[in-house]
Design a protein around this ligand. Structure first.
Ligand code: NI
Length: 264
């Protein structure tokens, strides 16, 4: 009797195995319809072999487009139109002098989810400027930006990416360098700028462009089109730090959230 019971229990233990012998194929298209970003439930993932699982859960790729030396009414406006159409966010390091005449463009940037940063008042070389001038160049721009778009933390991109450690101590925000520089201001050629970025870009990169040039605007929009097809999502620099779990420090110059640039 005992032996029979054991056999019966053993058979019962096997039951779930053959009850599941014909798994129902999960309808994964439903998740694609949701925009491709929805997470696949653990119970479905658990039932898939490792290879299929890796294909389905490909790590999302993020990059930040940054634009210096604007805003400029014609080119920046066209860029904002294109970014909006494509659902891409960007970061604009603007020159203080150009803020009063372009308030509407700046308000539009903020309203459309872009990040606005400080590129000094008159594009000064912070490496050589005396300390008072450094503070003034940055402060004046902050005041103008606050007037235009309200309170904010306007991160600094030093002109030419240059700042020394003594001047950096005066900076009360994180500073952003870049990790991909196609030299768009020199090439002034859409196809060459696109090729230079596509050649170099890796997830997590900060791409340097200038919305001052029409060729750079054309290039930026093509870069977005091409990289979105490869699974890239374009986010602000601030968002890139958040995604990577890096807490940005004031006075530190970052090439990208996970890479600090040595001060000049
Ligand atoms: Ni610049």
């Amino acid at each position: 009797m005992k032996k029979t019971l054991c056999v019966l229990l053993a058979a019962a233990a096997l039951l779930p195995a053959w009850a599941c012998a014909q798994p129902v194929e999960p309808d994964l298209s439903a998740y694609e319809d949701a925009g491709g970003k929805a997470e696949i439930p653990v119970e479905i993932l658990g039932g898939l072999d490792e290879e299929t699982r890796e294909d389905l859960v490909e790590a999302p790729k993020y990059a930040a487009l940054t634009f210096d030396d604007g805003p400029r009414a014609d080119t920046t406006g066209r860029l904002l139109d294109g970014l909006l159409e494509r659902g891409a966010a960007a970061t604009f390091f603007v020159i203080g002098e150009q803020v009063p005449c372009n308030k509407e463009l700046l308000q539009r940037m903020k309203a459309e989810g872009h990040q606005i940063g400080n590129h000094t008042y008159s594009h000064v070389r912070l490496l050589k400027a005396d300390k008072d001038a450094v503070v003034e160049e940055i402060h004046k721009t902050e005041v103008l930006l606050t007037e235009a778009v309200g309170e904010g933390s306007f991160w600094l991109r030093p002109p030419y990416g240059l700042i020394g450690s003594e001047r950096a101590e005066l900076i009360r925000t994180p500073m952003i360098y870049w990790s991909v520089d196609p030299q768009d201001w020199k090439l002034l050629n859409k196809d060459k700028v696109v090729a230079a970025v596509l050649d170099a870009v890796q997830p997590g990169d900060v791409i340097l462009l200038h919305d001052f040039y029409s060729t750079s605007v054309d290039a930026a929009l093509e870069i977005v089109d091409r990289l979105q097809k490869e699974g890239y999502d374009f986010v602000t620099v601030e968002e890139l730090f958040r995604i990577q779990g890096v807490e940005p420090q004031q006075g530190t110059l970052y090439a990208r959230p996970d890479r600090v640039r040595t001060l000049s």
